[in-house]
Design a protein around this ligand. Structure first.
Ligand code: NAX
Length: 332
């Protein structure tokens, strides 16, 4: 999207949480929308978290960010999304040790009903929103379904952290800088069924699969990427925060300003059922290219081998099961 000097409204939900604490300062610093784009931050929280949010806002003030034109702190979704051009939907209860993402559906799904309705009513015409709060794919579906006047392609769920993790594991294995790793794919759900696919990836001039070997890819890489979130919870005693914020920044930056030439990124978007056998009506991670005008295009024409196709089917079925659990929250 073109940069202008008119401030854009950026809503962050769960702004007093640990991802929020890493995210807000970088948005205000221009890391997402560029060094010439002023922002108004609308920070949405639940009532008990408002005092903590005040503290975060005081710190934002103390950074004296020239791009931060205003801040609105609220526990009312209609105020939080009023005029929003972009939103980072982070607010949700995080997964605790021993808890699967599926356990979160019942707890977090209803949050996205109210927020979808508020977006439908008060967000800007060019609204776009990235859902980070888990279960991200299904929450994004609930959100989109409750904002029927907003095109479904304006909503996405974040699989960029999985993509970043995958790229780093590959770079580490081969001993190259991560910038050498291109065309990694994350298919499906942001959960342990996700499919990190490196059959189309390159490391420098080599095919990634040849550089790392199939055995390592299957035995080490896939489980490491898929279970990285759990490993971080175990090590830190808390879920990924700075890396999650960084991934959200990468995702919205590229969505707004464009993907690098010759590469693609991972984003979970609404499936219309016309690509790669992916079921219709779920938010499914695919390789996308962003032209830089706030849209995305699915990378077409990739050959999918049987091994990946089977895994894609399994993660798609998980998303369908999640959708069935929240059926009563979908009013699209
Ligand atoms: P925190 O518990 O630190 O912060 C969440 C914040 O959301 C809290 O301040 C809470 O008050 C607020 N909140 C809860 N309900 C709300 C509502 N209805 N409206 C507005 N705010 C609300 O969690 P944090 O570590 O920041 O994680 C946030 C979410 O990101 C969790 O759901 C977590 O599971 C998810 N993650 C998603 C990732 C992804 O790759 N998609 C990775 C990181 C992270 O696990």
């Amino acid at each position: 999207m073109a940069t202008t000097n008119k401030p854009i409204v950026v809503t962050v939900t769960g702004a007093a949480g640990q991802i929020g604490y890493s995210l807000l300062f970088r948005i205000a610093n221009g890391d997402v929308f560029g060094p010439k784009q002023p922002v108004i931050l609308k920070m949405l929280e639940i009532t008990p978290a408002m005092p903590a949010l005040e503290g975060t806002a005081m710190e934002l003030e103390d950074c004296a960010f020239p791009l931060l034109h205003d801040m609105i702190l609220t526990d009312d979704a209609k105020v939080g999304f009023d005029g929003a051009n972009w939103a980072f939907l982070v607010g949700a209860f995080p997964r605790k040790a021993g808890m699967e993402r599926a356990d979160l559906i019942g707890k977090n799904g209803p949050i996205f009903v109210g927020q979808g309705k508020a977006i439908n009513e008060v967000a800007a015409d060019d609204f776009r929103g990235l859902v980070v709060g888990n279960p991200a794919n299904t929450n994004a579906l609930i959100l989109a379904s409750n904002a029927p006047d907003v095109p479904k392609d304006r909503f996405a769920a974040m699989t960029r952290l999985d993509y970043n993790r995958a790229r780093n594991q590959l770079a580490k294995k081969v001993g190259v800088n991560v910038s050498e790793v291109k065309r990694v794919i994350i298919w499906g759900n942001h959960s342990s069924t996700m499919v990190p696919d490196i059959y189309h990836a390159r490391i420098g001039r080599k095919k990634a699969i040849n550089a790392v070997g199939k055995r390592w890819y299957k035995k080490e890489f896939i489980p490491t990427v898929a279970r990285r979130g759990g490993a971080i919870i175990k090590a830190r005693g808390a879920s990924s925060a700075a890396s999650a914020a960084n991934a959200a920044i990468n995702a919205v930056h590229d969505w707004a300003l464009g993907t690098p030439k010759g590469d693609w990124v991972a984003l979970a978007v609404y499936s219309d059922g016309s690509h790669y056998g992916i079921p219709e009506g779920v938010m499914y991670s695919v390789p996308v290219v962003h032209p830089g005008d706030g849209t995305w295009q699915i990378v077409e024409g990739l050959d999918i081998n049987d091994e990946i196709a089977e895994k894609m089917r399994i993660t798609g079925e998980e998303l369908l099961r999640e959708r069935a659990v929240v059926e009563d929250l979908l009013h699209g």
